[in-house]
Design a protein around this ligand. Structure first.
Ligand code: ATP
Length: 331
């Protein structure tokens, strides 16, 4: 049975402190984090909450890492205690999990995915509200969860103090699921087109607003998708109200590369007398994932040579090795 990796709130160790070298992408994502931390102030003003964010850029530059950091930031704020919100479910899946041969199977998977995410968010939300009510010494916390009506205005026009269930769904390789219907593909010539189209249509339905009136429709699902090939996506999924925020996550520049090395070097023992990241051989074209590899490789070498800490020569060797094994860097 199809079951995406989901988890409840309070478990993402990654925050924006762990993301470096892609400051402009992080900057663009601050708005979504402010919304997640305090959705009520957005709703109170009548602003349309963000629903879908598309992260695009070359492999290994931090798209998945950023999605985790968004969830982690929301949790770190401890905002539920401050009257804000927190993530009740963070689910991760890949677009390739929806590619099916039989017509209707992919669409059913998309439906199941969204249903599972909403149900899990509702369950965690209920548990969270119950425990915060207990902590506050209140008998009951708000309206019954099953009849949760979503945020409502008081007579005074003030926003009523109910939190709302929130979920983040991260879909990696969204292009596998949402390729343009016009794009030439071998599938179109063998009758796979109907299946692909139904799957895509189901995704569009889910993004648009779903089973109104049901309890789970009250869950606020923010979908973050990632792709290396934004140009092949069906324009329908990029329309306003769907994936209408596009954030480029690109290769870091020289300063960014150094900052990423420092982030990953935090978890290893460095020989601070010899290490100088700025004088390593050229790291031009290295992604965040490559730089993480450099640090890891250098640490392994330190262990192999029984050194008490990672020194500059371990790092230099690790850079050279990565260049040798990978050949030319990506561009
Ligand atoms: P793909 O397109 O192949 O899925 P991606 O863009 O999603 O790649 P990630 O999976 O986020 O890349 O990156 C792999 C790992 O590299 C991350 O888990 C993280 O540890 C590290 N990394 C990548 N970019 C950064 C960054 N900007 N800052 C810190 N670490 C990074």
């Amino acid at each position: 049975p199809f079951s995406p990796k989901t988890r409840g709130s309070g478990h993402s160790a990654t925050t924006f402190d762990d993301v470096a070298g892609i400051d402009s992408s992080v900057q663009e994502l601050h708005e979504i984090v402010s919304y997640l931390k305090d959705p009520r102030s957005f709703h109170a003003i009548g602003a349309r909450p963000p629903r879908g964010i598309l992260l695009h850029g070359p492999p290994g530059c931090g798209k998945t890492h950023l999605a985790r950091a968004i969830a982690g930031e929301t949790e770190r704020s401890g905002s539920s205690q401050l009257g804000g919100s927190t993530i009740d479910c963070f689910a991760v899946c890949s677009g390739s999990e929806f590619v099916e041969t039989y017509v209707g199977r992919g669409a059913a998977r998309v439906r199941t995915l969204f249903r599972n995410v909403r149900e899990e968010a509702l369950r965690n939300f209920a548990a969270r509200q119950k425990s915060s009510a207990k902590a506050a010494g209140r008998g009951s916390f708000c309206r019954s969860i099953l009849g949760f009506p979503g945020p409502v205005r008081r007579h005074s026009g003030e926003w009523e103090g109910v939190d709302m269930p929130m979920a983040i769904l991260f879909i990696d390789e969204i292009d596998a699921l949402a390729k343009s219907r016009n794009s030439s593909s071998i599938l179109s010539s063998v009758g796979g087109c109907d299946e692909r189209e139904q799957t895509l249509n189901q995704l569009l339905t889910e993004l648009d607003g779903f089973e109104t009136g049901s309890t789970t429709s009250q869950v606020n699902v923010i979908v973050i998708a990632a792709t290396n090939r934004p140009e092949v996506l069906d324009p329908a999924i990029l329309r306003p109200g769907r994936f209408d925020r596009h954030v480029k996550v690109d290769f870091p520049d020289a300063r960014g590369r150094e900052a990423i090395l420092k982030v990953h070097a935090r978890r290893i023992r460095l020989d601070s007398r010899s290490v100088d990241f700025s004088s390593l051989p050229s790291l031009e074209g290295f992604s965040g994932a490559d730089l993480k590899n450099v640090i890891n490789d250098a640490a392994l070498q330190a262990v192999r040579t029984s050194s008490p800490a990672v020194n500059q020569s371990h790092l230099v060797d690790a850079v050279r090795k990565l260049r040798r094994t990978r050949g030319r860097p990506y561009y």
